[in-house]
Every structure is written in C-alpha cells, then in structure tokens.
Design a protein around this ligand. Structure first.
Ligand code: PMV
Length: 314
C-alpha cells in the first residue's frame, strides 16, 4: 500500500493587504515553516493514529468529496503557528489536496492543487481570496492582481464573477522576524471597517491607491534583490495601513521597537492585532526588541519551495 508524504509552506503578506480587496496588487511570500502530512488508505478514518471523522473538518471534507470518500488515515504535524495570519489553514488544504490527488491518481499540477485548496477554503469560510493557497502551492513569492510579463503568470482563479490573476516572483532568500502581538483580531470586521472608511472619505480611497503603487514598487524591489528599498516600502505601507485604521497600539509599539535594527517593518495580514513582520539582517536584536515590548518573535526565511509530494510503497 502507498503512503503519501506531503509538505506545504505557510506565508505572510509583505505588501498590499486590504487594498487587494479593491483589485490592487498584493504580494505574499512563502516561509520555511511548513505543514507536514502523510496519508494512506485504512479501514476507517483516522487522524494521528486515532479513529476520527475527518469529514467533520470542512476543508478536509471538501477535498475528500472532490477525490473519493474512501477511508484514509491522516497524520498531521504543523510547524506554522495558527491564528496569526501565516496561512496555516491554506497549507493544510494544499497538503491534503496534493495527498488525495496522489492517492487517487489525480493531477499534481500546482495550479490544480491551488484551485482545489482555494475552493476548500471558500467552502469552509464562505469568503476569501486565493492568496494564501496560491502562495502555499507555488512557494517563493506570488502576486495577486499585478500586471505581469507573460512568463510570470502562474494561473487565474475565478469565483462568483471575480477573477484573480496570480503571478510568480522569484524571491531571494531573506530573513524576516515575525512578531505576534498575542491579540486575536478577526479579518472580516477589519475589511468592513476599511470599506466604510473608503466609502465615506475620499482620502481613504487615495490611501488605497497609494498602497497599490507601493506594492508595484515592491515587486520591482524583489525582482532586483533591493533589500533596502523593499524595507522602506514596508515601513511606508505600515504608515498607510495605520491611516486606514487597521493598525493597533501593540502593532505600532512592535514596529517602532524593531525599526532601529531593521530595513523595514509593518503589520501583516488583516491587522487590529495578529502579527507584524520585520526585514532585518540582525534577527537576534529584533527578537529581543519584540520580546521586551510584549510580543512573541520567531525568525523565518523566504525563497522556499511550494507543495512537495513523495510516495512510499509498502
Ligand atoms: O489575515 P490574513 O492573512 O488572512 O490577511 C487578510 C488580508 C486582507 O487583505 C485584509 C483580506 C483579504 O481577503 O485579502
């Protein structure tokens, strides 16, 4: 019998969150924190060697339904912190999609996996963009809604009359520190807050445009390996996101404490709490600064591969 081993990376948003909701570009980078999973046929459904109804998890249920519903034993081990905007549920969906496709003889094309995993996320959450699942499937870096060269376009995803184009960015290996504020903040109300502000205030619409421009500049900085320029754009983006009202005292405190040791720093994801990210070549100093200001830091590297599958015949 075959055992399929899969891994898929987490991600963070480096530029463009919130503005992406209005069709502006956004960039997500895959990180060296991965979701590991192995899957094999069994006579009942099991998770980590215990009998468990896998179909109770909506992500897994959706993917099972697209492949086959025969019992499988799934072993999972995630190194991606949950609930901090680092794409752990997307990595789970990508890993399970790849594993089931491999088990059922389906296509292991990255674009097919990214699309199926996005549908699983949508099925589970009733909303969302394909940013996290595409970043996890492809790895390295991806941009959403960006005008790109023909050879940079990875795939397009359409849902409810909305089409996103996903392009690749060949990201260098860089060191970032993620700082978690420990404050949980749901994405939905923050997206709604920006929408109301934008609808009622022309300046807010200008800020969204400015974030879009900064993100395009960030794509060029990444293409040219311009770390200094990229850091400056991150800090500018944080200021614009603060004006939009999605930062918080905790996030601002961690950004300010990190900047003396960094090329740039900003909140990442929806904001309001959650995590911030720092581009630095002195990660120890940044970790100390974050810890001494109440945050929980960890170091990540970029330039990592997307979903990987290996098959062991028993
Ligand atoms: O918190 P995250 O990592 O899911 O990021 C949300 C990003 C937003 O732009 C705020 C919302 C979205 O759907 O793109």
């Amino acid at each position: 019998m075959n055992e399929i081993s899969v891994s898929a990376p987490g991600k963070f948003v480096i530029l463009g969150e919130h503005a992406v909701v209005y069709g502006k570009p956004a960039i997500a980078l895959a990180i060296n924190k991965r979701f590991y999973m192995s899957v094999r046929r069994d006579n009942e459904f099991k998770i980590n060697n215990e009998a468990a109804d896998i179909r109770a998890n909506p992500h897994l249920k959706y993917i099972l339904g697209k492949n086959d519903m025969l019992p499988v034993s799934v072993h999972m081990d995630s190194k991606i912190p949950t609930g901090s905007g680092l794409g752990s549920s997307a990595a789970l969906s990508v890993a399970f999609s790849a594993a089931m496709r491999s088990l059922c003889g389906g296509s292991l094309d990255e674009s097919e996996i990214a699309k199926e995993a996005f549908e699983a996320e949508y099925f589970s959450q009733g909303r969302g963009s394909p940013m996290d699942t595409s970043a996890s499937a492809h790895g390295y870096g991806i941009a959403l809604n960006a005008q790109c060269e023909k050879d940079e376009l990875l795939w397009e995803i359409t849902k409810n009359e909305h089409t996103w184009n996903i392009s690749k960015i060949n990201v260098p290996s860089m060191t970032f520190v993620i700082g978690n504020t420990g404050v949980r903040a749901a994405t939905g109300p923050l997206v709604e807050k920006v929408r109301k502000y934008k609808d009622s205030n022309g300046f807010a619409a200008d800020i969204v445009d400015d974030i879009g421009k900064i993100t395009l500049e960030g794509m060029n900085a990444l293409r040219n390996n311009d770390i200094v320029g990229l850091g400056e754009l991150m800090t500018k983006d944080h200021k614009l996101l603060s004006i939009l009202g999605v930062s918080s005292n905790e996030l601002n405190k961690l950004v300010k404490a990190s900047l003396p040791y960094a090329y740039g720093a900003k909140l990442t994801g929806a904001g309001g709490g959650g995590s911030m990210v720092v581009l630095t070549d002195t990660p120890d100093k940044v970790c100390d600064a974050i810890s001494s200001h109440g945050g929980s830091p960890f170091v990540v590297r970029t330039g990592v591969e997307g979903v990987r599958v290996s098959v062991k015949s028993e």
